[in-house]
Design a protein around this ligand. Structure first.
Ligand SMILES: *Cc1c(COP(=O)(O)O)cnc(C)c1O
Length: 363
C-alpha cells in the first residue's frame, strides 16, 4: 500500500498491470483485465463477447443477484434455469430451457453464465457440450471459486471468458471492491480493456461506447500481496469442510454434495434441513452466526418477479431456498470454533432425533 501511495499513480498503473499478469498466470490464462467489481466483470465479459440487446443469456436463479444484474446491464434478457443437488446449474434444465424455445421478443440464444456457486465448479464438460451444441458462448462466474478445480482443471479455464469478484469476503478479497475478467483470448481481453475505460482505444478517443469500471492501484497492491496465500487459504477452507463432513454426516442435516473429480474451495459450507429456521435460531442462541445464501430465488425477488420469463420449472431452486444454511467457514476460523459449531449442531440434531429433520437429495 505504501508503494502504491508513494508512486503517486492511483488508477490503472503498474500495480494493476502486475496483478493482472500474476492472476492470469495463476489461472494459466493469457489475459486478466482488472475491473471495479464482480458485477461489472460479468457485464464486461458478456459485452466483450458482443452480447447485448436482442440476446438471451441463460443462467441460474440460485445465485447472488449480481450475476443477473450483470446480464441485464448488457441489455440481454436473462433466462433462468434450475440447479441440481450440487447447487449449481443443472445441465438437463439448461437443455430443457433451450428446447423450450420461448424467448421474449424472439431474443436469440447467445450465452450461458455458469456460476460455480459456493466454490464448487458446475458440471462443465456436460454444460460445454450443450452450450457448444446450441452455439452459445460460455461465461464462468467465478466470484466464489478462485482456485477451484474440476478434473484437475481450474474454474475459469473451461469457457470463453470468466468473471471474478474480489469483494472482501471472497476466497481472494481486496480491502474494498474489485473484480477481474479472465480469458485466454487476447481479442476478448482487448475489448474488455476498451470497455472498462470509456471505450477508449487511444486516450481521449472512444472507439466504442464504454463505461468506467477500473480496479485501483491500492486494491491491486493488496491483491498482489494476498494472492500467494490463496491456495493455503483454500486448503484451510477444505480442511474445515472435511471436519464438518466427518462429524455431521449422519446427523439431522444434509451435508453438501461434492461431485467426483471436483476440488471444492468452500466459499460457503451449506447444509440443509427442513427445520432450517429452528436450527439457525438454536445456533444463534449459542453465539454462532450463520447465514442463508440465498433466502429468495432471484425470480421470486420483487425486482424480478413477474418480469423475467420463466421457461422451465425451478423446483429445486425454490425448495432448497427454505432449507439451506451456511455454517461459519473462513481461513482464520480455529479448530476449537469449528468444534463448537459441530457440538452445537449435534446437540440440536439429538434434540430433534425421532423427528425427521434432514432432507433427501435435492432431486
Ligand atoms: C459476489 C458475487 C458477484 C458480484 O461481485 P461484486 O464484486 O459484489 O459485484 C457475482 N456473482 C457471484 C456468484 C458472487 O458471489
Amino acid at each position: 500500500m505504501r508503494r502504491a501511495l508513494d508512486s503517486g499513480w492511483y488508477i490503472l498503473g503498474p500495480e494493476v498491470r502486475a496483478f493482472e499478469a500474476e492472476f492470469a498466470s495463476y489461472l494459466g490464462l493469457r489475459e486478466g483485465v482488472g475491473v471495479a467489481s464482480g458485477t461489472d466483470a460479468v457485464e464486461l465479459a458478456l459485452r466483450a463477447l458482443g452480447v447485448g440487446p436482442g440476446d438471451a443469456v441463460y443462467t441460474v436463479s440460485n445465485t447472488a443477484v449480481a450475476t443477473v444484474v450483470g446480464v441485464e446491464r448488457t441489455g440481454a434478457v436473462p433466462i433462468l434455469v434450475d440447479v441440481d443437488d450440487t447447487y449449481t446449474l443443472d445441465p438437463a434444465s439448461l437443455a430443457e430451457a433451450l428446447a423450450a424455445d420461448q424467448r421474449p421478443g424472439g431474443a436469440r440464444p447467445r450465452a450461458v453464465v455458469v456460476v460455480h456457486l459456493y466454490g464448487q465448479p458446475a458440471a462443465m464438460s456436460e454444460i460445454m457440450r450443450i452450450a457448444r451444441g446450441a452455439g452459445l458462448f460460455v461465461v464462468e462466474d467465478c466470484a466464489q471459486a478462485h482456485g477451484a478445480r474440476q478434473d484437475g482443471r481450474l474454474a475459469a479455464t473451461w469457457g470463453d471468458i470468466a468473471a471474478f469478484s474480489f469483494y472482501p469476503t471472497k476466497n481472494l478479497g481486496a480491502l474494498g471492491d474489485g473484480g477481474l475478467v479472465a480469458t485466454d483470448d487476447p481479442a476478448l481481453a482487448a475489448r474488455a480493456r476498451e470497455l472498462r475505460q470509456y471505450g477508449w482505444r487511444d486516450r481521449y478517443v472512444s472507439a466504442v461506447v464504454g463505461m468506467n469500471s477500473r480496479l485501483d492501484e491500492l486494491q491491486a497492491a493488496v491483491l498482489r500481496a494476498k494472492l500467494p496465500y490463496l491456495d493455503e487459504d483454500n486448503a484451510r477452507r477444505r480442511a474445515i469442510a472435511a471436519r464438518y463432513e466427518a462429524r455431521l454426516a449422519g446427523s439431522a442435516v444434509t451435508t453438501p454434495a461434492v461431485a467426483s473429480g471436483v476440488e471444492h474451495v468452500f466459499h460457503q459450507y451449506v447444509v440443509r434441513s427442513f427445520r432450517r429456521d429452528e436450527l439457525m435460531a438454536w445456533l444463534l442462541e449459542r453465539g454462532i452466526s450463520t447465514a442463508i445464501h440465498y433466502p429468495v430465488p432471484i425470480h421470486m425477488q420483487p425486482a424480478y418477479a413477474g418480469r423475467l420469463p420463466i421457461v422451465v420449472e425451478l423446483a429445486v431452486t425454490e425448495r432448497i431456498a427454505g432449507e439451506i444454511l451456511s455454517l461459519p467457514i473462513f481461513p482464520s476460523l480455529s479448530d476449537d470454533d469449528v468444534n463448537l459449531v459441530i457440538e452445537a449442531l449435534l446437540e440440536w440434531s439429538e434434540s430433534v432425533s425421532g423427528i425427521a429433520a434432514g432432507v433427501g437429495p435435492a432431486q
